[in-house]
Design a protein around this ligand. Sequence first.
Ligand code: FAD
Length: 398
Amino acid sequence: MEETDETLLDFGNTEIAFSHKSDRELKNTYWLFKLMNNPSLVRIGSFFGKLAAQVPFHLMDPLIRETIFNQFCGGTNLLECQRVVDRLYHKKTMTILDYGVEGRERDEDFQNTLEVNLKALEFAYSNPNIPVISTKLTGYIPISVLEKIHAKESLSAFDQRAWERLEERFVILCKKAAELGVGIFIDAEESWIQDPIDQLVDKYMPVFNKEKPILYNTFQMYRKGRLDYLKSSFEAAQSGNYIFGAKIVRGAYMEKERKRAKEKGYEDPITADKLVTDTQYDVSIRFCVQYPEQISLCNSTHNWNSCLLQTELMAQAGIPNDHPHLNFCQLLGMSDNITFNLAAKGYIVAKYVPYGPIKDVVPYLVRRAEENTSITGDMSRELKLLNEEMMRRGLKNA
Ligand SMILES: Cc1cc2nc3c(=O)[nH]c(=O)nc-3n(C[C@H](O)[C@H](O)[C@H](O)COP(=O)(O)OP(=O)(O)OC[C@H]3O[C@@H](n4cnc5c(N)ncnc54)[C@H](O)[C@@H]3O)c2cc1C
């Protein structure tokens, strides 16, 4: 089909991007991103946010909720998320539930993660536009144990039991997901704990992905060697005759990774620069789009070019926009221009919707604020788009 203006995908279309926001909501979002654009304010905000997360009172909760929490999170529990889920559905956008609690240490917390994730699966099952939930395996086991397994150190009896408990809980979760037909994304984490996570996903993908994609591993393209791992995971799926679930991201922990490698004197696991990451990312998308029946892909990015690339490859191959295995995903509250313009053209696109008690999602919120701050003094990507829409609606002069 020849592309006309009407069929052309335009991520610069702010009218579609923000049509879900009233003028008042748009103004509030604009001011929030304007505040986050200021590095000093973000530093102060992050400091008080982290502090508030440690005190037993909930003094800061109303302030956090009315500002950054409402922008980036679905609610404190599943019931509260329903409003966001419905709103996204109205915009032909799927929801991926993401329980945002991180860095726990006690067995009862790990059991709690399992119970919360199981409830999320039930909730997803009753909502046709929640195809997948996401989870972090650091919600199921102490990080120190993952670190030891990754480093091939010997485990104490306590560590060994923690690893076994993780596997038991993981299997319970996967069985429930398969029974309900809801997928699970396993987030990628820091490189020094990633091997045991991969090990577990590689062990169970062949079991649960026989008929439809249930388990997805996450591949960070800012890491050296991950493209090869993506390809070898696909080959394993081909020979094992199961569907390969691949969520592709660039990677969230670059500074931490480089700092640790330097301090401990090992080779930096991250690519030399952004261009190499971008190239590796593009190659991974090109690779996955070649096998739409065998790979279920989630292109998880806020990068315009990486999303456009997939749409172009799909068009070239004559693959329909709504192919169920060729998905896109952005985080709630970010890159609405990508999400809602893709949805308007019939692509399968979702928002990651984090939820959980306010105190517990503070580390996630701090990451979002830091990501949207500007070191150069320019407007962040989000702020530019909000500014444009404010002007288009006549709410602000140039
Ligand atoms: C739905 C969704 C799920 C996600 N899940 C995960 C997850 O499970 N695990 C995880 O780690 N991250 C995850 N992320 C975050 C993701 O990895 C990126 O940090 C974030 O999306 C920014 O990258 P980008 O592709 O959107 O775009 P861009 O803004 O184009 O890229 C920024 C990214 O490029 C890379 N980069 C920047 N500078 C350099 C440099 N000098 N050298 C090398 N690389 C560089 C970094 O990865 C940086 O985050 C997720 C993101 C989304 C949208």
